[in-house]
Design a protein around this ligand. Structure first.
Ligand code: PMP
Ligand code: GLU
Length: 392
C-alpha cells in the first residue's frame, strides 16, 4: 500500500528516544534525558516579543515563498559580517527549519540514481532524507584518529560518475569535531575538480569552543558557486520549535528552491520569521551566554568521563554532543544485533539515563550524549553512565 520510497526509511532515532523518555517521565519515572540535541534555554526575550507584536499587528498573512524580505536582509547581513560571504537576498531562502532547507536542496539537485556522499558518523536524518528525495546515499566511513573528519583521499575514493553532492557537517553532529580551513580547502578542491556540489550544514557554527570557523562557501568564488550553505535558528538561538532554517546558494539553485517551496509549503510561519529577525539582530548577547554555558557543561562532563576506565571520546570543539567509544566493554554485554542499542537500552532501563546509540549515526561502537541540558542533570546522567560501566 505504501510507496517504495517510504518503505525504505526508518523513523528518526533521536526524536523517537526523546518521545519515549517523555512518556516514561509522564508515568513518573526519574529519567535523565541526554538523548536529544535540543537547547534547554528559553528563546531570547526580544525574539518572543517580536512574535507577539507580529501576531497583534496581524502580520499573519501569506508572504514571499522565499521568506520575509526583512529576514532575508538580516540573514544577508549575518553572512557578510560573520562569514565573510556576500549574497543578494534572492540567493537566500528561508525554510521551516534546517531539515526543510536540506530536503529542499536535495529535491532541487538530485535525480533518481544520483549519489550523495555522506561521511559517517553522520547526523541521523541524512541518509533517510536522501532516500526520500530519490537519490542514493553513499556512506563513507571516516577514521577515529582523524576526529571522524572526511579526508580528501577518502572522498576521492568514493566518487563515481553518479556523484552529485557531498554532505559536510561543520561542527559535526554527532562528534563535535570541527574542520580546519586547510582540511576544507582540500575537500573543496576535490569537489571542484569532479563537479560535485557541497551541502554545508553549518547549523552548529555559533556553538564552538575554538576560535577558527571557516564557512565552506567563503573559501573562494568557485567554492561559493558549488556550495549550498544550510543554517538556522534552532540551535544558536534555542528556537527549535519555531522551525526556521535557511539556504544560501547560487541564484539558479535558490530560484529552484523558492519555487518548489512555494508549491509545497508556501513559506515558513510569518510569526516565526518575525521572531527570527529579532533573534538575528537583537539577541547576540543571549546567544553568546548560551555558548559559554555549553562550554562550562562540556568541561564538567569531560571531568566525569575522564574518571571512567576504558571510555574514550572525541574531543569536542563544537556543537553540544559527546561521542563516546564504548567498544572496550563489548565482551561484557550480551547483545544480538546492535551493541550500541543494547548498551543504551541497559542505560535507560536499569540506570534511567537516555543516550543515543551510535548505530543511529552509522557507528555501532559509540554512543552519543547531548549536554544541552542543565548541569545537575548532566552530572547525574553521567554518574549513572559511570555506575553502569562499573557494574559490567
Ligand atoms: N542538521 C543537523 C546537523 C542537526 O543536528 C539538526 C538538528 N535538528 C538539523 C540539521 C535540523 O535542525 P532544525 O531543527 O533547524 O530542522
Ligand atoms: N538534531 C537533534 C539531534 O540530533 C535534534 C533531533 C532531530 O532533529 O533529529 O538530536
Amino acid at each position: 500500500m505504501l510507496s517504495s520510497k517510504i518503505s525504505k526509511i526508518t523513523p528518526s532515532f533521536t526524536i523517537g528516544i526523546s518521545t519515549k523518555v517523555n512518556e516514561l517521565k509522564a508515568q513518573g519515572e526519574d529519567i535523565i534525558n541526554l538523548s536529544i540535541g535540543e537547547p534547554d534555554f528559553p528563546t531570547p526575550v526580544n525574539a518572543r516579543i517580536a512574535a507577539v507584536i507580529a501576531i497583534n499587528k496581524n502580520k499573519t498573512k501569506y508572504d514571499a515563498a522565499s521568506g520575509l524580505k526583512d529576514l532575508r536582509n538580516a540573514i544577508k547581513n549575518k553572512l557578510e559580517v560573520e562569514n565573510q560571504l556576500s549574497y543578494d537576498i534572492d540567493q537566500i531562502v528561508v525554510s521551516s527549519g534546517a531539515k526543510h532547507a536540506i530536503t529542499n536542496t536535495l529535491i532541487a539537485l538530485t535525480d533518481h540514481g544520483d549519489e550523495v556522499i555522506i561521511p559517517a558518523p553522520y547526523w541521523v536524518s541524512y541518509p533517510e532524507m536522501v532516500k526520500l528525495t530519490g537519490g542514493t546515499p553513499v556512506v563513507v566511513n571516516t577514521k577515529k584518529e582523524n576526529g571522524f573528519k572526511l579526508t580528501a583521499e577518502e572522498l576521492k575514493a568514493s566518487i563515481t560518475e553518479k556523484t552529485k553532492l557531498l554532505f559536510i557537517t561543520n561542527p559535526s553532529n554527532p562528534t563535535g569535531s570541527l574542520y580546519s580551513k586547510d582540511e576544507l580547502i582540500e575537500i573543496v578542491n576535490v569537489c571542484i575538480e569532479n563537479n560535485i556540489y557541497i551541502l554545508a550544514d553549518e547549523i552548529y557554527e555559533k556553538i564552538r569552543y575554538v576560535d577558527e570557523f571557516v564557512s565552506i562557501a567563503s573559501l573562494s568564488e568557485k567554492a561559493k558557486e558549488i556550495t549550498i550553505t544550510i543554517n538556522g535558528l534552532s540551535k544558536s538561538a534555542a528556537m527549535t520549535g519555531w522551525r526556521i532554517g535557511y539556504t544560501a546558494s547560487n541564484k539558479e539553485i535558490a530560484k529552484a528552491i523558492a519555487s518548489l517551496q512555494g508549491h509545497l509549503v508556501s513559506h515558513p510561519s510569518t510569526i516565526s520569521q518575525y521572531a527570527s529577525v529579532a533573534a538575528l539582530t537583537e539577541c547576540h548577547h543571549e546567544m553568546k551566554t548560551m555558548v559559554h554555558q555549553y562550554e562550562y557543561r562540556k568541561n564538567e562532563a569531560v571531568k566525569i568521563l575522564d574518571q571512567i576506565s576504558g571510555l574514550d571520546y572525541i574531543k569536542p570543539e563544537g556543537a553540544f554532543y559527546l561521542f563516546m567509544d564504548i567498544s572496550s566493554y563489548k565482551e561484557k554485554l550480551q547483545y544480538e544485533d546492535s551493541y550500541s542499542i543494547a548498551f543504551c537500552d541497559m542505560l535507560l532501563e536499569k540506570f534511567k539515563c537516555a543516550a543515543v546509540p551510535g548505530i543511529a549515526f552509522g557507528n555501532d561502537d559509540f554512543i552519543r550524549i547531548s549536554y544541552a541540558t542543565d548541569i545537575e542533570s548532566l552530572k547525574e546522567g553521567l554518574n549513572r553512565l559511570k555506575s553502569m560501566i562499573e557494574s559490567l
